[in-house]
Design a protein around this ligand. Structure first.
Ligand code: UDX
Length: 463
């Protein structure tokens, strides 16, 4: 078992540190935020991630896991130091590497024995070469320090599971010593290990994420065409999925991808290509389709409704996906301001993301409209004129078609996650617009006429 230090306690760093401890290593997680360190020592996770707190408490209690702001004590005699700090996107799409540089400098000044520095953060190809050079330039003691790449593939909401049961571990090294050390660290996980050189490892991370982003954008592009030609994207995806070359996953059309990785990593790779005099046309296409897709529901609703002014709008789901409180690049952040600008009175439900959303859009009057946070989908739907579904939370999926009909003043639903069967919504008396599928029209004319603010003479989009 090894003595491991982890720099940064965000999603990547904290989850990695906790999982290494769980597998028996001696782990110290380093962060610059003293309050955060104290919170973690008390057994509370700074991020919402299933199973994480239990493992934090268990491994801390059993003495394998600790947290500190004192990087020197953590780094000086570590066998390996994992870097999991952020590489935020800069306005030009490139990755900001200043956090990595800071940690590299601290490592150079602290290490007192041979040590492997492992970069988990997503970094442009070639960065690890530079980090190694940088550390060696600033090394205070006469020790051997090498850098390895070990990109992270965890998805938020299932981070612990994704780490403990990863489909593969990618390690990028430039020496037998580094390769063996990293393989030994991962040995207790019993996972398939792909060992390549550092630059290939860095590239595998971008290529994987961007391929998944491209897959989603492709399905969204096809979904939009399905609406025009009368096909059903879910049936199309099902039909495609039996082909093992295509695969079953990441074929869900919707309101585009959000989160901390796909938007950032697509732009970063596009930038890396440009820097190298190459135009990465497929990735650019994925980005463009996604940008369009994010406001799809607003665009559809704007065609359907005369105005949002004074309308009670139910918003179900705010986070970029279920199982996380993360709002980064969420479709809600694009659509809500458009609705508020138009004077909508929004009633928003999200089981864990509302608090973060309220930091951006505080409860009460917001521009011409207003926003109120409620604690159940039903509270949001009561007397609503229109409903938007942005995130497929379990609580949202549990709402029956009849409930929309019963609670809403005019049961008009725009679903960005294709939660419901189109015909079931129509039969329940709900006018239902989703992505890549036909529109459900309430079966009786009387029900259609009940739609107060809605111009029923308008042909619904895509029907
Ligand atoms: C992703 C990758 O899955 C992970 O391997 C990588 O390390 C980080 O980026 P994450 O951003 O947490 O993880 O979420 P993910 O579950 O991949 O979803 C990303 C976005 O794509 C979400 O907004 C989701 O709603 C959307 N998505 C996903 C679709 O629109 N359709 C799909 O079929 C799948």
């Amino acid at each position: 078992m090894y003595k491991i230090a982890v720099a940064g306690t965000g999603y990547v760093g904290l989850v990695a540190g906790v999982c290494f401890a769980e597998k028996g290593h001696q782990v110290t997680c380093v962060d610059i935020d003293r309050n955060k360190v104290n919170v973690m020592k008390s057994g509370i996770s700074p991020i919402y991630e299933e199973g994480l707190e239990e493992l934090m408490q268990k491994n801390y209690a059993e003495g394998r896991l600790d947290y500190t702001i004192d990087y020197q004590s953590a780094y000086k005699d570590a066998d390996a130091i994992f870097i999991g700090v952020g590489t935020p996107e800069q306005p030009d799409g490139s990755a900001n590497l200043s956090y990595i540089a800071t940690v590299a400098r601290q490592i150079a000044e602290s290490v007192e024995k041979d040590c492997l520095v492992v970069v988990k953060s997503t970094v442009p190809v070639g960065t690890n070469d530079k980090v190694e050079q940088f550390i060696n330039d600033f090394l205070v003691n006469d020790v051997r320090v090498e850098v390895a790449s070990n990109p992270e593939f965890l998805a938020q909401g299932s981070a612990v599971h994704d780490t403990l049961y990863a489909e593969r571990v990618i390690i990028g090294t430039e020496s037998k010593w580094a390769e063996e050390l990293l393989m030994n660290i991962y040995e207790p996980f019993h996972l398939p290990i792909v060992s390549v050189n550092r630059r290939s490892a860095e590239m595998i991370k971008y290529a994987s994420n961007d391929f998944l982003a491209l897959k989603i954008s492709y399905m969204n592009d096809i979904a939009n065409l399905c609406e025009l030609v009368g096909a059903d994207i879910q049936d199309v995806a099902r039909g495609m999925s039996f082909d093992e070359r295509i695969g079953r996953k990441f074929l869900n059309a919707g309101i585009g991808y959000g989160g901390s990785c796909f938007p950032k990593d697509t732009k970063a790779l596009e930038y890396i290509a440009k820097q190298n005099g190459y135009e990465l046309k497929t990735v650019t296409a994925a980005i463009n389709v996604n940008n369009e897709q994010k406001t799809l529901l607003y665009k559809k609703a704007s065609k359907r409704l005369i105005t949002f002014n004074g309308l009670k709008v139910a918003v179900l789901g705010l986070t970029f996906k279920p199982g996380t409180d993360d709002l980064r690049e969420a479709a809600s952040l694009e659509n809500v301001p458009l609705l508020l600008e138009q004077g909508a009175d929004i009633y928003a439900f999200d089981p864990v993301g509302a608090e973060n959303f309220a930091k951006v859009y505080p409860e009460g009057k917001n521009g011409k409209g207003s926003i109120t946070y409620v604690s159940s989908p039903e509270d949001a739907l009561k007397n609503a004129n229109v409903c938007f579904i942005f995130t497929e939370w379990g609580e949202v999926k549990a709402v029956t078609p009849e409930t929309y009909k019963k609670l809403m003043r005019t049961s008009l639903v725009f679903d960005g996650r294709n939660i419901y069967k189109v015909d079931e919504m129509g039969e329940a008396g709900v006018e239902y617009h989703s992505v890549g599928r036909k529109v459900a029209i309430p079966t009786s004319k009387k029900e259609a006429k009940e739609f107060g603010h809605i111009d029923t003479d308008l042909q619904p989009v895509g029907y």
